[in-house]
Design a protein around this ligand. Structure first.
Ligand SMILES: Cc1cc2nc3c(=O)[nH]c(=O)nc-3n(C[C@H](O)[C@H](O)[C@H](O)COP(=O)(O)OP(=O)(O)OC[C@H]3O[C@@H](n4cnc5c(N)ncnc54)[C@H](O)[C@@H]3O)c2cc1C
Length: 390
């Protein structure tokens, strides 16, 4: 049996009814026409306020991919996952903030998550935040490219920096690792610089601050190698979640529209190659680099287990993590969890209306990523058949 084919373990928390619902959902999301229609529909403001829409969304896509409205609801899910050896990273998935008040609210939420993680260290290994939760994209873009800024923009940049500083300091004081997601390439330079500063400051003894690298960008493997040399020379530890990257179509369109070189790899094979090489590089330099492999790719996940074995790294070494999104690739999460590896699910939370952009992305990903829907469906079907034949 292939490494991740054991559907009994993969779906042990799912009832027959859950499986049937998941099957229907992935089938619907696999239909590009329906997903496109849904994407437009849910972009209409107030659509989720229509009385009969909310329960439909809640009982389908929301329950599949979201842990709950509040952190208390998420904690129940997290405790349940932990019984199967899978941890949770609560992800405040409310997007689209644009005012200082909203950015400060996100910062307060992250500070609250740090306390929850501190109180539940077994279930919640770290906290995560999105750079755009702390400030506007155009401010990051100007700061990253040294473009002239008006006084109020300088002030906004200072506020972003203060928010990073405050959450990283709190993470350090409470001994809770903190990780920044990666977003659009045109704002990423400034976010990377801030995260590097934070790593330099807080990662002297152990890796508290982690950043994210998107290997669908053709320049990220060399960036990883550069930052490693810098960290070695200046003597601090670095930690990276590595992902392939979620905003490919947006990156293609913007580069074409504005006439600059596309930052994305020429094809999927090049992305896969750099992702796997990044893992190899990080495992080879594990004394200085911590690795969180955020992926639903079975080959990459299995490759990491082999790399660990080759380098005599314990399965539960605190420097290596596997991660999947809640509602996806349970076969990878639960099988790795059962074998004793460090594995965590991103567990999004928030009210339906506010997490809609996240849900639309999940639906699009399950339509556009070649193979993902087919993979989920065939595993679900396999488990349904196995239970029927018992
Ligand atoms: C725990 C976790 C955290 C995540 N955090 C982030 C984050 O912070 N930022 C972020 O951007 N994404 C994030 N993602 C999403 C991630 O980037 C991928 O979109 C998603 O996981 C699919 O990639 P894969 O490795 O799982 O699987 P696969 O199905 O093997 O790969 C699909 C990916 O390959 C790449 N790809 C596909 N076609 C091409 C092509 N023609 N040319 C070049 N590349 C191609 C794309 O990145 C696509 O998403 C996260 C995912 C997980 C599981």
């Amino acid at each position: 049996m292939a490494y991740f084919d054991d559907t009994q373990t993969a779906f042990k928390l799912k009832s027959n009814k859950d499986l049937k619902k998941a099957k229907l959902l992935f089938k619907l999301m696999g239909n590009p026409f329906l997903t496109k229609l849904g994407t437009y529909f849910f972009k209409i403001p107030f659509v989720t306020d229509i009385p009969f829409i909310k329960p439909i969304v809640r009982n389908t896509i929301y329950n599949q991919f979201v842990g709950g409205v509040t952190t208390d609801e998420c904690l129940i899910v997290a405790k349940n996952l932990y019984r199967s050896g899978v941890r949770s990273i609560m992800d405040y998935s409310v997007e689209g903030q644009s005012t200082d008040e909203e950015f400060n609210h996100v910062k307060e939420e992250i500070l609250k998550l740090i306390q929850i993680a501190k109180e539940n260290p077994a279930e919640i290994p770290c906290v995560v935040f999105k750079p755009t939760g702390f400030g506007r994209i155009d401010i990051y873009e100007k700061a990253g490219n040294n473009l002239p800024m008006a006084d109020h923009e300088m002030k906004s940049w200072e506020n972003i920096r203060k928010r990073y500083q405050e959450v990283c300091q709190s993470a350090y004081d409470n001994g809770v690792p903190i990780m920044a997601d990666a977003e659009d390439s045109w704002m990423q330079d400034a976010a990377d610089q801030l995260m590097d500063e934070m790593m330099q400051k807080f990662n002297k003894e152990r890796c508290i601050v982690w950043s994210t690298l998107q290997l669908y960008r053709h320049d990220r493997l060399s960036y990883l190698q550069e930052i490693y040399e810098k960290a070695k020379n200046e003597n601090y530890l670095i930690g990276f979640k590595i992902v392939r990257g979620a905003y490919m179509e947006k990156e293609w369109d913007r580069a074409k529209e504005m006439g600059y070189r596309n930052p994305i790899q020429p094809n999927k094979e090049a992305t896969d190659r750099d992702f796997n090489q990044a893992m190899e590089f990080m495992v080879e330099h594990i004394d200085r680099i911590s690795l969180f492999a955020g992926t639903h790719n079975e080959y990459s996940s299995e490759l990491l287990t082999r790399l660990m074995e080759e380098h005599n790294i314990q399965k539960d070494d605190h420097r290596i993590w596997f991660g999947q999104l809640y509602g996806m690739s349970d076969n990878i999460s639960f099988i790795l969890g059962e074998k004793g590896y460090n594995v965590a699910k991103y567990l999004p939370y928030g009210p339906i209306k506010k997490v809609m952009p996240y849900l639309v992305r999940r639906a699009q990903e399950n339509t556009s990523v070649a193979g993902q829907t087919g993979r989920e469906l065939s595993l679900i079907q396999k488990e349904i058949n196995r239970r029927k034949s018992k």
